[in-house]
Structure formats: C-alpha cells, structure tokens
Design a binder for this molecule. Structure first.
Ligand code: SF4
Length: 260
C-alpha cells in the first residue's frame, strides 16, 4: 500500500459498506467449514490474507490456517507471523521445504541460482513453494485463498468458488470482489496486523531475494522477479481451469497489494 492511498476511516459510508461485505464473507467461511471439511486457508501473509486470518480466527471458524516458510522470507514476514500468533493466541501451521529438494537445487543451480534462468527460478519455486503447498493441501476438500479479481488480467475467470483441477480440490476466493481500498479499510477498522513492508512500497511480497519495492505507476507485480519478463512471472501456486493464472497486473497509483 502506498502511503498516499491509505483509506480514510472518516468515510463512514465506505466503512459501513466494508462491514456489510465482511458479514457476507464470514458467513461464506462458516458455510465452507460446514460443507467442505476439512478446508484450509493458505495464508500468504499479504494484506488480503490478513483480512481472512482475522475473520477465521476472530470468529473461531473451523478452518485450518497454514503458511509456507520458503526459507528465504523477509524478516518482516516472519515478524508478521509472530505478531499474528500473539494477537490471536493461535499457532500458524507452517510448512517448510524438504531439505533434500532444496539441497538438490542449491547443488545444481547455486544458492541464488534463481537469478540465472527462468528454469532455475521455477525449480527453486517448485522446491520451496509448490511441493510444500501440495503437502499442505493433501487430504483437504477445499482451500481458501486471498486472491481478488482486480489483481488479475482475466477478472471474469476468478470465481469465488471454483474447482482447482491442478490441485484437485475446491478453491474458494472469498475476497474475489473486494477492492484494494476495501481490504485496507477492513485492516484499519479492525486493527489487523500487516506486513511492515507494505508501508515501504512493497505491494506484493514474496521471498526476500525475489522482491523489491516499486515506484508509483508501476505494475503491482513489478517488484516480483523483476529481472524476468512479465509473461514468466509465476510460481505456479494459482491455477485457473488448469492453467497458470497471473495473480496481479493492476497498476499502483490507485493503491494495490498482491501476494503469492
Ligand atoms: Fe526461490 Fe525466489 Fe521462488 Fe522464493 S520466490 S522460492 S527464493 S525463486
């Protein structure tokens, strides 16, 4: 979130509209817990994901929450994990990569080999993100994500409820119709913890070596894998109809955060 785009809580109409939307999302989460047990929320610790974390833990909804610790996360992201655990009195389930696959990557490509080629970068993302995600989703009926349609170039493709053919389970995106502004109204109105890097022009936060701050007017994903061309910037965590979906292309200027 760029500082100049922080929403004004004095806009009572907006605050009330967000509160109404939040009631509907909480009801959806209750329904998911009832109809798709066991369901899990893949918490990438971005702004949207902290909205859902707040809803699930504050409401005591029976949905597990997990995060992926790739081993290369920024210190600020680890601090947010600890802060959230303190705030809600709950423990995040954290999935880490298999040591042998990381060792194989480092042996084959080098410790920072992901800078050298798309092939190497994808191999690193597979070892540190995709394989742990697949383990986290094993045996689940549904997974929940913080994706929003406004982050995607194929907005009509992001549905609140869809079948994820890649991971073979139902995928639910309760904030699909939320705007960036609404996300930040919710965070501020409910005093929800968020990643300190958002205040330093990091709208999209991933691993430390693969994320940088952006300038106003840049694509919100410009700070992710910035050395690659736009059409290769995927880690493979999100698929729509079996195809990789780019998570965000919105320009920052009207505000924007994106994760994953
Ligand atoms: Fe590796 Fe970078 Fe992908 Fe993280 S984002 S898993 S460090 S290539």
């Amino acid at each position: 979130m760029l500082r100049e785009n922080i929403p004004d809580l004095a806009d009572l109409e907006l605050v009330a509209a967000v509160a109404d939307k939040a009631v509907r999302v909480k009801q959806l989460l209750h329904d998911v817990a009832r109809d798709y047990a066991p369901a899990v929320f893949a918490n990438s610790l971005g702004a949207e994901d902290m909205v859902l974390t707040d809803m699930i833990w504050s409401e005591g909804i029976d949905i597990g929450i997990f995060s992926l610790d790739t081993g290369r996360l920024p210190a600020e992201t680890c601090e947010l994990m600890a802060k959230a655990e303190r705030r809600y009195g709950r423990r995040l389930e954290v999935f880490t990569p298999r040591h042998d696959t990381v060792q194989d990557f480092v042996a084959g490509f080098g410790i920072n080999g992901f800078y050298d080629s798309v092939e190497a970068r994808k191999a690193c993302c597979h070892a540190r993100k995709i394989e742990p995600l697949q383990r986290a989703l094993a045996g689940k009926q549904a997974w929940i994500t913080g994706l929003r349609a406004a982050q995607s170039p194929t907005r009509d493709k992001l549905k609140t409820v869809a079948f994820d053919h890649g991971n073979k389970l139902v995928k639910i995106s309760p904030l699909a119709d939320w705007s960036e502004r609404e996300v930040w109204v919710y965070l501020r109105a409910n005093n929800v913890p968020y990643n300190a890097l958002h205040d330093r022009n990091y709208p999209s936060i991933g691993c430390a070596p693969c994320t940088r701050a952006i300038q106003p007017g840049e694509d919100v994903r410009a700070g992710r894998w910035w050395w690659e061309s736009a059409d290769t910037k995927e880690c493979g965590l999100h698929l729509v109809d079996g195809k990789l979906q780019r998570v965000a292309t919105a320009k920052v200027g009207a505000g924007g955060t994106a994760t994953a």
